[in-house]
Every structure is written in structure tokens, then in C-alpha cells.
Design a protein around this ligand. Structure first.
Ligand SMILES: C[S@@+](CC[C@H](N)C(=O)[O-])C[C@H]1O[C@@H](n2cnc3c(N)ncnc32)[C@H](O)[C@@H]1O
Length: 277
């Protein structure tokens, strides 16, 4: 992919995630396990009061604000989508319980932040989307101080298992087509020189998310059938890019059950200076 194509893909992805459709279907957090899994990642990273933390691809800011409140730390969220970054800022400003989370619009593959200043960097359900994953991990490592932690939670996909309809642009937008397998992320972290790697399987959270989505689609179909009450037989399952969502969800569920698609947490550390951490 050329740099121009990469920029177009990022913009397209940001547009989808900051759309009303994504809000309706996914709600505030756009990853399996919601804030429960975000807090788990924060605990695994050992976040402490007053830590400086970066959230790469922070969406509408729900995780960054939650991390800031739960661990009393300062979080900078970087998000490609301008509208999403603005929404995150506005939500943080208007929240009844204040947080120390701030947001900037930018590319997580080239974060406009100073090197070696951060105690932790995390990325939820986003590395799988980045065209140049090694570069993104390299940049995360650049931001960390020695001994700082990198936390990831992301979709894992075994090579060659996606059906054709999920292996193209639709699958890419859904964090599937460019996702790595379980060991692929481990390799990336090791190649970036990170140490003390810990990983945890959270794939059951995908099944939970799929059930939630199925219920929302059921409600949508019921609403549609109510709207079309005088137009017998006109009700169809909602479609995305011509695909029936319920078929897509079923395909993904089968892959999760077969252990070919999952969601994992990873935490690793930048080499500490002798005598610290
Ligand atoms: C699946 S959502 C996850 C959002 C958030 N991390 C969460 O878990 O709720 C992926 C997000 O990554 C953002 N994104 C994709 N590529 C990006 C990039 N290169 N830099 C910053 N954000 C990016 C998208 O705009 C979208 O908000």
C-alpha cells in the first residue's frame, strides 16, 4: 500500500467508527469486553496514580477517561477521526466526574508526542487496523520511558481462515482482515525489543459482543417490521455493503468457537535502566 492509499484507508476507517451507525451498534467502547476489559488491561500494565499514559486510537475517548478515573493517571488520547477526537474532548469536559484525559487528533503511527516521557502506552482494538504495525509499535516504544509498559488488546485471526466476504475492505474495517494471529503480536513486541511479555486470552468477550450485536439487530428488525406492518414480507435483516449482518455474525461466531478468531491482551515492558522499576 502506498502512503496515499494508507491515508485513505485510515480516513475511511475513522469515518466508519465515528458514524452514527457505529454509535448505535457498538455504543461508546469499540472493542470486545468494553470498559471491564479496559480496566483489566490497566491493572495488567500496573498503572499508578499520576502516571502519564497514551491511548493510541482513542475513538470517542471512553477508555482514556475511564483509565484516568480508575487509576488516577493522566491520559493523552490520539485519534485519527477529527469528529471523534472533538467528541472525546467535549465528553471529558462535560463529564460529571472529572478525569485527567486530553485528546488530540493525529495518526497513532506517528504520534506527535515527545519521546521517553510516558509510563504506559495502550492500544485497544486498533493495532489490527494499522497498515504498518511494526512502525506503530516502534513509535509506542519511542514514547515510553525505560521500564514503561505497552498494553494491547486486539483481535487475533488465524491465517487464511476468513471467508472471502470478510477478507476484503469490510473485514479490514471490522479489525479482521489485517489482524495477526496470537503469535504475530508476540513477534511484533519482541522484535521491538520489549521484554517480560505477558498475554491473556479474552476471546470469550467476542462471543459476548456478538450476542449483544445479535440482540440489537433483532430489535432493529422488529422495529423495521413494525414500520412495515402494512407491507407484508418487506422486512429483511439489516445489510452492510450488501452483506446480511446476521450471516456475518454467525460466520464470526463459528470462527471464535473453532478457536480461529479471538481477542487477546498483551503487556510488555521497555527495558528498564539499571536500578529503576
Ligand atoms: C475499533 S475502534 C477502537 C477505538 C477505541 N480504541 C476503543 O477501543 O473504543 C478503532 C479506532 O482506531 C482509529 N484509528 C484507525 N487508524 C488510526 C490511526 N492510524 N491513528 C489513530 N487512530 C486510528 C479509528 O478512527 C477508530 O476510532
Amino acid at each position: 500500500m502506498s502512503r496515499l492509499e494508507e491515508a485513505a484507508a485510515k480516513a475511511c476507517c475513522a469515518d466508519l467508527y465515528q458514524s452514527e451507525l457505529a454509535r448505535l451498534i457498538l455504543g461508546d467502547t469499540r472493542h470486545p469486553g468494553g470498559l471491564r476489559l479496559t480496566h483489566r488491561l490497566g491493572r495488567l500494565m500496573g498503572l499508578r496514580r499520576d502516571d502519564w499514559v497514551v491511548d493510541l486510537a482513542s475513538g470517542n475517548g471512553a477508555s482514556a477517561s475511564a483509565i484516568s478515573r480508575a487509576f488516577h493517571c493522566r491520559v493523552v488520547g490520539i485519534e485519527y477521526g477529527r469528529a471523534a477526537a472533538l467528541e472525546a474532548r467535549e465528553k471529558a469536559r462535560a463529564a460529571p466526574i472529572p478525569s485527567r484525559a486530553g485528546f488530540i487528533q493525529g495518526d497513532a503511527e506517528q504520534p506527535p508526542l515527545r519521546a521517553g516521557r510516558f509510563d504506559a502506552v495502550f492500544a485497544e482494538c486498533s493495532l489490527s487496523l494499522f497498515p504498518d504495525k511494526a512502525r506503530a509499535v516502534g513509535e509506542a516504544v519511542r514514547l515510553l520511558r525505560p521500564g514503561g509498559k505497552l498494553g494491547l488488546s486486539d483481535v487475533t485471526v488465524a491465517p487464511g481462515c476468513l471467508p472471502p466476504e470478510l477478507d476484503g475492505s469490510l473485514g479490514r474495517l471490522l479489525c479482521l482482515a489485517d489482524a495477526l494471529d496470537v503469535n504475530g503480536y508476540t513477534g511484533l513486541l519482541e522484535e521491538a525489543g520489549l521484554e517480560d511479555l505477558y498475554r491473556e486470552d479474552a476471546s470469550n468477550e467476542v462471543l459476548g459482543l456478538l450476542e449483544e450485536l445479535q440482540a440489537k439487530l433483532g430489535a432493529f428488525t422488529a422495529w423495521q417490521s413494525f414500520q412495515n406492518v402494512n407491507d407484508a414480507g418487506a422486512t429483511t435483516s439489516p445489510r452492510f455493503n450488501g452483506m446480511d449482518w446476521s450471516v456475518l455474525l454467525h460466520q464470526v461466531k463459528e470462527l471464535v468457537t473453532a478457536g480461529r478468531l479471538g481477542y487477546w491482551l498483551y503487556v510488555a515492558q521497555k527495558t528498564a535502566e539499571p536500578g529503576r522499576d
